[in-house]
Design a protein around this ligand. Structure first.
Ligand code: ADP
Length: 363
């Protein structure tokens, strides 16, 4: 087990973009940390630099107080799991699990013991004599995990390990990884583009965009207080509603004004920010009766589309030119074209500077 420390780690590929700009943070000893962001944001590059598969352009990397910046991958005491399982097709599961240890000169008895322990943890015991072609995709990915497990490394690095699995298997294997992490207590760094994986697995999440770290925190803290518009839009499904406009003070309180809509804000925002974007999560917009005055912020919207996923439904509506997505229970759904009344509690609004995208705390 070990802490991983990144000090101003930067990567610029030859003639390429800045893939990672000054990553400067620590992954705690025993933590499961998720690097998340859209394709091309630099998360795999960062992971591969920690693994030693990619040189750093500048900066340093420490694993357990050891400066590993210029060490070979095999000397870093890490084990990596990739999206492609890359099992040896002619070897049994047991041989696949033990092969790396054999190359490193472990004794047959030690290999057998480690393979048995890992197979137990991953419930692979009954499959040890099978060849990879006799396994399902989920079982192959478990063998790939097992191959990392037998190494008993200080740090596990996982690069989109669930991407090749279908939706149901992704959910069960995700739970399996969380369970493994709890059982082992080993530091894990997990890369994904999937915000649901990040939210459900990560003890902390690092959100990246264009090589730049946008926010590092516990999942719910990021969800509740996104640092900027990018994070607000990236975490959460459907995404946070975002309405650009100009703040105007009026007799009854501040409003957000656009060309064709005016939203009461219920409280003022910092007056130096005239052009802002107001955000609100779909679960914080409530469908109300037109006579219900209990919400300070009320407005009417026209329904474009109704989507039910069984357990819940989403109303896609319009308020002037602002699109509004409302999360509702799937009972008594309105029809497309209907006008509905909506209410929002003022404390559920998020404010962002329209120019910089940065979060603004209300006055
Ligand atoms: P992610 O894992 O978030 O999808 P990557 O780390 O793979 O992102 O890539 C980050 C950026 O670096 C992208 O713009 C990508 O095109 C570029 N990149 C990745 N690998 C290389 C490489 N070997 N050579 C040049 N550019 C690369």
């Amino acid at each position: 087990m070990a802490e991983v420390v990144l000090r101003s780690v930067r990567k610029v590929y030859n003639n390429g973009p800045v893939a990672v700009a000054d990553a400067d943070f620590a992954i705690h000893d025993g933590e499961l940390l998720v690097l998340v962001g859209p394709s091309g944001c630099g998360k795999s590059t960062l992971l591969r630099m920690i693994a030693g598969l990619e040189d750093v352009t500048s900066g340093s990397i420490f694993i357990g107080n050891r400066d590993v910046t210029h060490l070979e991958p095999r000397d870093r005491d890490i084990a990596m799991v990739f999206q492609s399982y890359a099992l040896y097709p002619h070897m049994t599961v047991a041989e696949n699990l033990g092969f790396g240890l054999k190359l490193r000169g472990h004794s047959a008895a030690d290999i057998a013991e480690r393979v048995r322990k890992s197979a137990d943890m991953l419930e692979l015991g009954a499959l040890l004599q099978r060849l990879p072609k006799q396994l399902s995709g989920g079982q192959r990915q478990r063998v790939a995990l097992g191959r990392a497990l037998v190494r008993q490394p200080q740090v596990f690095l996982l690069d989109e390990p669930l991407s090749n699995l279908d939706a149901r298997l992704r959910t069960t294997t995700r739970a399996e990884i969380a369970r493994l992490h709890r059982a082992l207590g080993t530091t894990m760094i997990y890369v994904t583009h999937d915000q649901v994986e990040a939210m459900t697995l990560g003890q902390r999440i690092v959100v990246m965009s264009d090589g730049v770290i946008q926010q590092i925190d516990e999942p719910m803290r990021i969800y509740q207080r996104p640092a900027n518009l990018f994070v607000a839009g990236f975490l959460g499904s459907p995404a946070m509603n975002r309405w650009p406009g100009t703040v105007r003070g009026e007799a009854n309180g501040a409003v957000l004004a656009a060309d064709d809509a005016t939203l009461p804000l219920g409280r003022s925002v910092a007056s130096q920010h005239a052009d802002i974007v107001v955000g609100v999560r779909p679960e914080h917009v409530h469908r109300i009766s037109p006579h219900d005055l209990s919400y300070e912020i009320r407005f009417d919207a026209t329904i474009d589309l109704v989507e039910s996923v069984g357990s819940e439904a989403f109303l896609h509506a319009r308020f002037g030119s602002w699109p509004v997505i409302v999360r509702v229970s799937p009972q008594d759904l309105p029809a497309a074209g209907a006008t509905i009344s909506l209410g929002i509690a003022p404390e559920k609004l998020h404010f962002f500077d329209a120019t910089t995208g940065q979060r603004i705390e209300p006055d």
